[in-house]
Design a protein around this ligand. Structure first.
Ligand code: 13P
Length: 260
């Protein structure tokens, strides 16, 4: 396991997307917990982000078995309550001991039309309920090839963090997920991933100052596997990973939690 040269607690989160019903969720999480021990949890914060329908079952299980994994949600609406058919409020998630909420995942931006403005409203709503947003940013392949990757990510950060206090920004997680690397088996090179994560930290420094930039955690996401997590986690500005496909398998995910 790599020892990092900073005070940021590494955070490995599994984004299950629309996979695993609540029976499967319990099985998979139990299998995962059998493979992890106290030392693992001391070195890494382990987060499971299942579909909404699994949250209550997992909360009960983690609580009963005293498993120190955190729960995350994959999305929420920004209003507290009201006539918003089909939506889930941040308050409802907080009541389930949800600690993290993924906000602005590229699939939500691309398939469900989320904009930087709605993402910003969600970031603030999640913070209002004392949960931590995992703010997703990242460029398309066309944007990268046109040399516009940094501009895209900078704009997403500025808009996503608008009106958020420096103190809150310091607690946040930003996930850098190049869209062309998601579910494609094509990972960004370690150099490219580190370069963009360093750029993100620099942008956050401009927005919220050095202290916030140094304490905010940055994850890389996009085809993370047991075979590439080690070199990613060795990078100075990569504090964790947001894992899709490989988080569905408890053996693979346990290896990722152990950095390979
Ligand atoms: P994959 O790990 O399946 O590429 O998904 C990445 C992702 O989108 C995590 O949020």
């Amino acid at each position: 396991m790599t020892t990092k040269q900073n005070d940021r607690m590494p955070i490995i989160a599994g984004n299950w997307k629309m996979n695993h019903d609540h029976y499967q969720a319990i099985q998979v999480t139990q299998k995962l917990s059998y493979q992890l021990d106290k030392t693992d949890y001391e070195h890494v914060e382990v987060v499971i982000c299942p579909p909404f329908t699994d949250l209550r079952s997992l909360q009960t299980m983690l609580d009963a078995d005293r498993i120190p994994m955190a729960l995350g949600a994959q999305n929420c609406f920004h209003e507290d309550s009201g006539a918003y058919t089909g939506e889930v409020s941040p308050g409802m998630l907080a009541k389930l001991n949800v600690k993290y909420v993924i906000v602005g995942h590229s699939e939500r931006r691309e398939i469900f039309g989320e904009t930087d403005e709605t993402v910003n409203l969600k970031v603030k709503a999640v913070l209002k309920y004392a949960m931590v947003p995992i703010l997703c940013v990242g460029e398309t392949l066309a944007e990268r090839e046109a040399g516009g990757a940094e501009a895209k990510v900078a704009a997403q950060l500025v808009a996503g963090l608008a009106g958020v206090s420096k103190g809150n920004i310091a607690t946040l997680v930003v996930a850098y997920e190049p869209i062309w690397a998601i579910g494609t088996g094509r990972t960004a090179s370690t150099e490219d991933a580190q370069a963009m994560c360093a750029f993100i930290r620099k942008q956050v420094e401009e927005i919220a100052g050095v202290a916030a930039a140094q304490s905010l955690r940055i994850q890389y996401g996009g085809s993370v596997k047991p075979g590439n997590i080690g070199e990613l986690m060795a990078c100075a500005d990569i504090d964790g990973a947001l894992v899709g496909g490989a988080s569905l398998d408890p053996d693979d995910f346990a290896r990722i939690v152990r950095f390979g």
